[in-house]
Each structure stands twice: as C-alpha cells, then as structure tokens.
Ligand binder design. Structure first.
Ligand SMILES: [Zn+2]
Length: 90
C-alpha cells in the first residue's frame, strides 16, 4: 500500500473571488447572499450589472436590478439591493 503525501497547496485553489454558490447568507434573511466586505459586494454588483446589460441587449429586458450595496446591521456583512431610494436606518 503506497501512501503518497503529495501536497497540493490549497492556496492556489482558492481564487481571490469566491463562487456565488460558496457565499454565506445573511443570518437575518436567508434569501440574501452575504458578502464579506464592501469590495467583494461591489465586484459582484458589477458582475450582475454586466449580466443585466447582456440580457437587455439579447432579450430586451432583465430581471437583474441590483444597483447598490449596503452594510447589513444584522449580519454585519454586505448585501446588494435593487432599491434605489432606500433610507438609512430610520
Ligand atoms: Zn445581512
């Protein structure tokens, strides 16, 4: 029985950008995807907006309406929202 200790570095597999399916969810709203920080939230927001632009060109409409990011008071993570005029904690 040969036991190979071939170590493959985990760091290399860990891309700087996680897959959408690997992301956590908000502890207060399980439907919301939680981003670790603002930078990550904005990167995803931009990718959503790119998809939206493609959908509009190809289909004439889009179901992607995310337009901004905000920090969540419940999970302390970041979320994207489609609400343009949301008011900061009343
Ligand atoms: Zn949250």
């Amino acid at each position: 029985m040969s036991h190979r200790n071939h170590k493959r570095t985990q760091e290399a597999r860990r891309s700087r950008f996680p897959r959408f399916s690997e992301l956590d969810h908000c502890s207060g709203d399980r439907d919301k995807v939680r981003y670790r920080d603002k930078k990550m939230a904005i990167q995803f927001l931009h990718s959503f907006q790119n998809k939206a632009a493609v959908q509009i060109v190809e289909l004439g409409h889009t179901n992607r309406k995310e337009c901004r990011v905000y920090q969540c008071g419940t999970c302390k993570g970041w979320h994207t929202t489609s609400q343009r005029d949301w008011v900061l904690g009343a």
